[in-house]
Design a protein around this ligand. Structure first.
Ligand SMILES: [Zn+2]
Ligand SMILES: [Zn+2]
Length: 93
């Protein structure tokens, strides 16, 4: 089941800024969707673990990928059911 992510459910747009340049980032989709698209042969669970963020991927947190067109970098944003967009972010290694 999907989490009750306010972005996935259309309650709010993903309004987050790039941690490097403070410009608005673009929502590139959910992390699981991204891995599903580009890594069809690898189990999602393995990807979570190799990225070191398994502890964040519970059913209350939705991880979205933000893309900064200025920096040409992708960042991860944790979006909780009640907390909104977590300002803590992670670069994708
Ligand atoms: Zn979401
Ligand atoms: Zn940027």
């Amino acid at each position: 089941m999907d989490s009750m992510c306010p972005v996935c459910n259309g309650f709010t747009a993903m309004q987050a800024t790039c941690p490097a340049c403070n410009q608005m980032i673009q929502d590139a989709g959910r992390l699981s969707d991204l891995f599903g698209k580009y890594s069809p042969y690898r189990p999602i669970d393995a990807l979570k673990q190799t990225n070191g963020i398994a502890h964040d991927l519970d059913d209350r947190t939705c991880v979205h990928v933000g893309w900064c067109p200025a920096c040409r970098e992708e960042f991860l944003y944790h979006i909780g059911e009640w907390t909104g967009i977590d300002p803590a972010w992670h670069t994708i290694e």
